[in-house]
Design a protein around this ligand. Structure first.
Ligand code: BTN
Length: 257
């Protein structure tokens, strides 16, 4: 695969005010971002060709072999309350999906909250981590971590092989650039609500039957809406509505998700 270089990315993003650190190998770009974060880090992009300890949501590993994918973290400096940011992951998933569809010329879907699927296989995972201000308890920085399987899933471990997919023919520099353009646009006003209609349009779970666990109880129901906070509204078998704010859900008919 073509190497990821600052020069190639800059050729595509023009004069957008991002700065870059690009590694051949690192433990995790998100962990590195959290180690270095300070006032000078707004719009710092950390990319690695490989991660030895790529991290996913809920403590999972994100398999990150060399010469195969995109593993990037973008540090954004902001000063916002949690309430202003409930749709942040909705926005990032929408931006990333739009960039993938444009560059890979393929149609994808978003599995709530922010996994991106192509042909029913996960091609991208997103891990956003908030860093709070000690004084105001507002969110002062967000580390936006994006992992994309680009070349193939050949040699992936057996446990993730059934669920993992790859984009195939894509220039990583071009895809990274498209994502950064979208993130820059979002950071201009953080009007996150405007991403919701597109997110719903691309949802893999809206109007589908799902199962999920809550306090050790397994529930079954149909997703009837994704509300203005990005939460799932699920109609349970008894007709009542339950709002799910976090956690993992499964599509009922296909438990491999
Ligand atoms: C998930 O699938 O649960 C989220 C995966 C997020 C992976 C990306 S790769 C770049 C960044 N660094 C990490 O350690 N994780 C994120």
């Amino acid at each position: 695969m073509k190497k990821i270089t600052e020069k190639d990315i800059k050729n595509n993003i023009g004069n957008l005010p991002f700065s870059f650190e690009i590694f051949d190998v690192i433990d995790s770009t998100n962990s590195y971002a959290r180690r270095i974060v300070d006032n000078s880090c707004d719009k710092r992009v950390i990319i690695s060709d490989m991660q030895t300890n790529g991290r996913g949501r809920v403590g999972r590993e994100f398999y990150s072999p060399s010469d195969n994918g995109i593993y990037m973290s973008v540090i954004l400096k902001l000063d916002k309350s949690f309430d202003d940011l409930t749709l942040f992951t909705v926005a990032i998933a929408s931006i990333t999906l739009k960039a993938i569809e444009k560059v890979a010329k393929k149609t994808c879907e978003i599995k709530w909250v922010n996994d991106i699927f192509l042909d029913n296989k996960k091609v991208c995972g997103i891990l956003c981590e908030n860093i709070l201000s000690k004084d105001t308890k507002n969110v002062e920085y967000i580390v936006v971590g994006i992992g994309i399987n680009v070349k193939s899933t050949e040699n992936f471990p057996e446990n993730i092989l059934p669920v993992a997919g790859a984009l195939c023919e894509v220039d990583r520099n071009v895809l990274i650039s498209e994502i950064l353009k979208g993130i820059f646009e979002m950071s201009q006003d953080y009007e996150l609500r405007k991403y919701l209609p597109f997110y719903k349009e691309k949802s893999l779970v809206l109007h589908k039957n799902i199962t999920f666990e809550n306090n050790g109880v397994t529930y079954e129901g149909k997703v009837v809406d994704i509300n203005d906070s990005g939460n799932l509204e699920v109609e349970l078998l008894d007709g009542s509505i339950k709002t799910i704010k976090s956690g993992e859900i499964r599509l009922s008919l296909d438990n491999i998700y």
